[in-house]
Design a protein around this ligand. Structure first.
Ligand SMILES: Nc1ncnc2c1ncn2[C@@H]1O[C@H](COP(=O)(O)OP(=O)(O)O)[C@@H](O)[C@H]1O
Ligand SMILES: [Mg+2]
Length: 684
């Protein structure tokens, strides 16, 4: 039996470790570059290729062609961490990155993600950072740097890394580099991207390079014997290739955090504060070289940083204290909240930044089905299993519905409600509305998605509901809608009473919509008796056939010929609003359809005609509603026979609709109360 330690050790991928920590000579690196010039890619090229390496596809949405990058839908191959419903935004982002990769100008810009709180700006950047880390571990994403050894060659002690993890090619003096690259057979067209020739060594390496050059009287090849090339991986944890800058309070910002700082202990050793060996090139810009730097809340940055930021962006240079400008190559991406952006619109920081920035709006999701996915991450089926909670059907849906509705601009057309607009955006069809109308609706609403309720608010309220209700194990739409409503009163970001009133009104719309949804669902569960629907359908078709062919129908029970049963046919057709004047058309359509099938030798199946299916269900429900006497549930006196019927329905709700015992009972009671209300009304 292997020891526990060795069993764990077996999990380790030793070969991968060796690959990722490969070291070799400068000569060997030149061979690598010759074979795979892409190891020398710029930061933008690397980022673009990383995203594309996950694949992409194209689709059309409201007549707009959209490219969807798989990296953002399933970045790490296990379905988690995806960005939903923002394909167009992400496409814009990737286009900026692409244009920077090809040197069309955006490589000299800051990318500024801008949007309301909780629109996934931080999440997008976090994904990109992690994506780069993972990519650097793959063969396609391999990246190399070098270390120095100042002792005699062969002495393996005392390797000193390039503090900026620069490409070993930068050890070739700039005046020779272009020729050298051609010598390697890597002229302009040799690879997808030309091998970059720009960039001087950083001051610390330059100092060592010059020391060694002096030692060997200018013999560059001897100097290279002190160099070891190594593969390395990006790691935010280790501060390699991935930097993050987060402004602290305004008084406390210090530019050394970006560019590095004097090491006072080493000044004593080297005797001067301008000796590069006494300087830590470990500012965030240094750390992020060849990778990416994120500026959290970029507009909160102190103006004192402005020049560092602009230099890094425009010139690809930083200016560490006491040292000349130092070349860097990195993606600079920041984000800012809508409110902060508005506040600083006219501030000097913004003025200077504006034309060096590519602003990308990251709005809230405006498609219900996409919004739901955010909540499913935390409260969906997996989470239910793992945490042993139960989220009743439609709970996340009503929350998403409301969240999306608060973000939509009221339609200019008065006959369209916000609820209907939400449905149109979600891909549902409404009579009288085409894809062109939807496109127009999207166009006329300029700030849509930049305001409203954030997903974070919803996430918090669902969590609250879970923590407080029934021991935190079960929630349903009502519990959550109540939580959403009561939370509004104390919402710190919504101070405007008008908005609050509007949001409350929308919540009422959602409640009514939910009522419809569950009424339908319970109705379907009650009438889910396929045999009964089949019989009803056959009966209906017999009658329609006789009607359209002006014949009599044979009564299935008595065997007698009778006139077509107009009342039966109408009672079904009325369920789907077929007016008297249209009934002939409707019946003929159905008969044509059945006839066409018959020619192909196929049988008609009502399930392939969703309208008819719905009509039949509704009719069956009507017929059965009274026998089940749902409304007696409300009065709590239920006879045995009724109870048995109710139990069958409950079981269907549990087996086919995602309910559990508790939520099915609740929903049946609720629907019963709706019908009870209805009956009271009817009696009046
Ligand atoms: N479009 C989206 N797709 C996936 N998750 C989202 C989306 N929008 C918001 N979220 C989720 O909402 C929360 C807030 O996102 P975050 O990135 O912190 O927002 P921001 O930085 O814009 O304030 C996170 O849990 C995030 O996963
Ligand atoms: Mg954020």
């Amino acid at each position: 039996m292997a020891s526990l330690t060795s069993r764990i050790a077996d999990l380790q991928d030793k070969q991968l470790y060796q690959e990722l920590n490969w070291t070799g000579t400068f000569e060997e690196y030149l061979e690598i570059v010759r074979e795979r010039p892409e190891v020398t890619r710029t930061a933008w090229q690397r980022l673009y290729d990383m995203i594309v390496s996950h694949g992409f596809d194209e689709y059309t949405d409201s007549k707009k062609k959209v490219t969807r990058y798989a990296f953002f839908s399933d970045p790490f191959g296990h379905g988690a961490d995806a960005i939903y419903g923002l394909d167009i935004t992400l496409m814009k982002l990737v286009n900026v990155i692409k244009s920077a990769a090809y040197g069309f100008g955006t490589e000299k810009r800051v990318i500024l993600l801008h949007g309301p709180v909780g629109s996934s700006k931080s999440t997008i950047v976090r994904l990109v950072k992690r994506g780069l880390e993972e990519y650097s571990k793959t063969p396609e994403g391999a990246i190399y740097t070098y270390d120095w050894n100042l002792d005699e060659p062969g002495n393996e002690e005392g390797w000193i890394s390039s503090p900026l993890h620069q490409d070993p090619l930068q050890l070739i003096p700039l005046d020779m580099r272009k020729k050298a690259i051609r010598e390697l057979g890597l002229g302009e067209k040799a690879s997808r991207y030309p091998v970059p020739v720009k960039g001087e060594l950083n001051p610390a390496c330059r100092f060592r390079f010059q020391q060694l050059m002096a030692r060997y009287k200018g013999d560059w090849s001897k100097v290279m014997e002190h160099v070891r090339v190594r593969r390395y991986v990006f790691s935010e944890q280790d501060r390699v290739g991935i930097g993050t800058f987060q402004p602290k309070d305004e008084k406390n910002q210090d530019s050394t955090e970006l560019t590095g700082d004097i090491n006072y202990r080493l000044i004593a050793e080297y005797g001067s504060d301008s000796d590069p060996r006494a300087f830590n090139f470990d500012g965030e810009f240094c750390v992020a070289n060849r990778g990416i730097i994120e500026f959290v809340e970029m507009l909160k940055l102190d103006v004192a940083f402005l020049y560092d930021l602009l230099g890094a962006t425009q010139e690809h240079k930083i200016k560490p204290k006491k040292f000349p400008q130092t070349d860097i190559d990195e993606v600079i991406i920041g984000h800012t909240n809508e409110a902060e952006y508005q506040r600083l619109l006219n501030n000097e920081f913004m003025e200077a930044l504006r034309d060096r920035t590519v602003k990308i709006d990251v709005p809230y999701i405006t498609k219900k089905s996409e919004e739901i996915k955010i909540y499913e991450k935390d409260f969906g089926a997996t989470s239910e299993r793992v945490r042993g909670i139960h989220v009743a059907p439609h709970t996340l849906e009503v929350a998403a519905m409301w969240a999306v509705m608060t973000r939509l601009e009221p339609p200019k057309k008065h006959d369209l409600s916000v609820l209907q607009k939400m449905k149109l955006y979600d891909g549902r069809s409404l009579p009288g509305y085409t894809q062109d109308n939807v496109k127009e609706l999207r166009k006329e609403a300029e700030r849509e998605g930049l305001e409203g309720i954030s997903p974070r608010y919803i996430q918090d309220k669902i969590s609250n509901a879970l923590a407080s209700e029934k021991g935190g194990r079960y929630i349903n739409p009502f519990i959550v809608m109540n939580e959403l409503e009561s939370g509004l009163k104390h919402h710190s970001l919504i101070t405007n009473e008008e908005d609050k009133a509007r949001f409350n009104a929308l919540l009422n719309d959602v409640k009514r919509e939910y009522e419809d949804i569950v009424k339908n669902e319970v109705q379907r569960a009650i009438s889910a008796d396929e045999d009964a629907i089949g019989r009803l359908c056959a009966n209906y078709i017999d009658n329609v056939k006789a009607y359209t062919q002006r014949e009599r129908v044979k009564n299935r029970f008595t065997g007698q010929d009778e006139e077509p049963d107009e009342r039966l046919m109408r009672s079904i057709e009325e369920k789907i609003d077929i007016p008297e004047g249209r009934k002939d058309d409707f019946r003929r359509e159905i008969m044509n359809y059945i006839g066409a099938l018959a020619i192909e030798g196929r049988q008609f199946d009502y399930k392939t005609n969703s309208r008819l299916h719905k009509a039949l269900e509704a009719k069956l429900f009507d017929d059965q509603k009274d026998t089940i006497k749902l409304s007696t549930l409300v009065s709590n006196v239920v006879d045995r026979e009724t109870q048995e019927k109710i139990d069958i329905v409950k079981k269907r709700l549990i087996d086919n609709y995602g309910y559990n015992e508790e939520s099915a009972t609740d929903v049946l009671n609720y629907v019963a109360s709706i019908f009870a209300r209805g009956e009271v009304k009817d009696r009046k």
